[in-house]
Design a binder for this molecule. Structure first.
Ligand code: PEP
Ligand code: MG
Length: 590
């Protein structure tokens, strides 16, 4: 790593994605997760370098074939076709020949040869009149990134040879790559893009990796070797921090660590308000390995198991037995506490493969229950696995992104089919399994009175509900300040959902990021939700706060907030109540 020492301290502000203060050297990676520098080789090394190149081509061909199969199974022939095109790029004799020449005659290292030749090919294709040829440029680029990543020996950033842990800086990090970050190598990360409720930020909070996202152009402004400090609580990145800054942040870190110790005191106490209202406090998880942190956090079960990460973190889609084993492991180890398993919510920023970016508006596109209903063979596998696991604990099943009653009825019909098969075949399952749905689309909140008779519970996905109600992309830093779940329009939808559920004896949870934000918890308490489900790291603070609030005061405050015309006014009402109850959670860094 080349130390690079700009001498003047500079502060950039972004989105506070995951708490923690760290400082260290920058390691910058590109959008394709590769950082290739010009590298010359000696003539005697060309044979070895060509061999490396051909090995990487073979490896890439296998991966592309595997992805093709996976996408074919999960999504169908049209979506899989793109990976056929990727396979063809690897067969192209002109491209492969020219890269070999750049190694043999140009004496370039293989990665650099792939990058320069492919960039030239892409530029030529992009300039073509024929739209078909222009589209092929993206294929060449995707494949070249994959070949380079294989040459570098891994599919993520090449951190293997670092002498010290680094602060990763990138235009963006896909959630699946974030989940695989090696904590011993990565102190924290900073990205140009992303928002508080994007899954990259959610995964970072879960892994307790300090992170600032949505920093604009930071990946272009910083270089590998720069010294930076990031404060993931405040969303700040400081380039070349002075000794005074490092000292100040050291004190902030100490105060925050002392608070964490203090919060541990409530771990085994119930989440009960001062006037006796008991609120369910559950955890959000993505993988079975997180059950230990659920238990440590003092959570009461799992309110959201995002099962799509089982698919995202695996080369091939998990079959029924593998899914069953995962669901059973979670249910069994947390029993008798309940575990809400959400069926597959792929799409949006959770793509099966990062190269699959065909949709113009992925959050409005083929996502979640829409994919599951269009692929009933795949959906049945998951439903069967959940039903089989249901005898091993207190499992509840939940459908994501329902936007109409027809979707709910169709999903439930498939579940009933699986149940009847099991009854006929004598396969054990819990006949009293609770079935619920996410309320994360405004249409669902507005139709809650019609949906409630078909479910046992609702879970408010405020990340998407806010995105869809306010027309604010949850990943776009340019509109990050508009993604405000305290907006009175969102509050009214929450209230409508709670009222519809209460009228029909259903319970309501909240599993969006709003539920873990101390400034917003009084609003949710006052609006009458029964359960909050948050990332395990945030459970202690949420419980500490709930135990210091009065529900009657929260109800009165929420009534006032519902009457506000501005999000900021509603937010301040809630934050003031929280700050009065637990000022230690809000002590701003001086
Ligand atoms: C939500 O939308 O609030 C939610 C919990 O679902 P996800 O974040 O996985 O989209
Ligand atoms: Mg959602």
């Amino acid at each position: 790593m080349r130390p690079h020492e700009p001498s003047v301290e500079r502060v950039s502000r972004g989105v506070a994605a995951s708490g923690g203060v760290v400082h260290g050297r920058v390691f910058r990676i590109g959008s394709g997760m590769v950082d290739v520098r010009p590298r010359s080789i000696a003539e005697r090394e060309t044979g070895e370098e060509l061999e490396r190149f051909h090995r990487a081509i073979t490896e890439t061909r296998h991966q592309v074939l595997e992805i093709h199969q996976r996408v074919l199974l999960a999504m169908g022939a049209t979506e899989a076709a793109i990976f056929e095109a990727h396979g063809l790029v690897l067969e192209d004799p002109a491209l492969v020949g020219e890269i070999s020449r750049a190694i043999r005659e140009g004496l370039n290292g293989a990665e650099y040869a792939v990058q320069t030749v492919c960039s030239r090919f892409c530029a030529a294709l992009e300039a073509a009149d024929d739209p078909y040829l222009r589209e092929r440029a993206a294929d060449v680029q995707d494949v070249s990134h994959r070949v380079i990543r294989n040459l570098l020996g891994e599919m993520g950033p090449n951190l293997a040879n670092l002498a010290e842990p680094v602060v990763l800086v990138a235009p963006d990090l896909p959630p699946s790559a974030t989940a695989l970050l090696d904590r011993s190598k990565v102190l924290g990360f900073a990205t140009d893009r992303g928002g508080l409720t994007g899954h990259t930020a959610i995964v970072a909070r879960k892994l307790r990796i300090p992170a600032v996202v949505g920093l604009g152009d930071v990946s272009r402004e910083l270089q590998t070797g720069d010294h930076v400090l990031i404060d993931g609580h405040e969303g700040v990145l400081v380039l070349s921090p002075t000794d005074a800054t490092l000292f100040r942040y050291g004190q902030i870190r100490e105060r925050r660590e002392a608070l964490e110790v203090r919060l541990q005191a409530v771990r085994d106490l119930p989440a009960v308000t001062l006037d006796g209202a008991r609120i369910g406090l559950a955890a959000n998880i993505d993988e079975p390995s997180e059950v230990a942190s659920v238990r440590e956090s003092g959570a009461h079960g799992v309110g959201l198991f995002r099962t799509e990460f089982l698919f995202l973190n695996s080369e091939v889609p998990p079959d029924e037995d593998r899914q069953y084993a995962a669901y059973r492991a979670v249910a069994e180890s947390l029993a008798p506490d309940p575990v809400v398993i959400r069926t597959l919510d792929l799409g949006g920023d959770k793509l099966v493969d990062p190269d699959q970016t065909a949709e113009q508006n992925p959050f409005l596109g083929w996502r979640a229950i829409r994919i599951s209903l269009a692929r009933p063979e795949m959906f049945r596998v998951q439903l069967r696995a959940i039903l089989r696991a249901s005898v091993h604990g207190r499992i509840r099943l939940m459908f994501p992104m329902i936007s109409s009653i027809d979707e709910l009825i169709e999903a439930k019909a498939l579940l009933e089919e699986c149940r009847s098969d099991f009854v006929r075949q004598g396969v054990a399952h819990d006949p009293t399994l609770q079935v619920g749905m996410m309320i994360e689309v405004p249409s669902a909140a507005l139709l809650a009175p019609h949906l409630a008779p078909h479910v046992d519970f609702f879970s408010l996905g405020t990340n998407d509900l806010t995105q869809y109600t306010l027309a604010v992309d949850r990943l776009n830093p340019k509109v990050a300040t508009l993604h405000n779940p305290a907006h009175p329009a969102v509050l009214r939808l929450i209230r409508a959902t709670v009222e519809a559920a209460r009228a029909q004896g259903r319970w309501v949870g909240v599993c969006g990021e709003m539920a873990g934000d101390p400034a917003l918890i009084p609003l949710l308490l006052g609006l009458g939700v029964d359960e909050l489900s948050v990332t395990p790291a945030l459970i202690p603070a949420a419980k500490h706060l709930l135990r210091r609030l009065r529900r009657d005061e929260a109800v009165a405050m929420a009534e006032r907030a519902l009457g506000c015309s501005r999000a900021q006014d509603a937010l301040e009402l809630s934050r003031d109540l929280a700050r009065t109850a637990a000022p230690e959670l809000f002590s701003a860094p001086e």
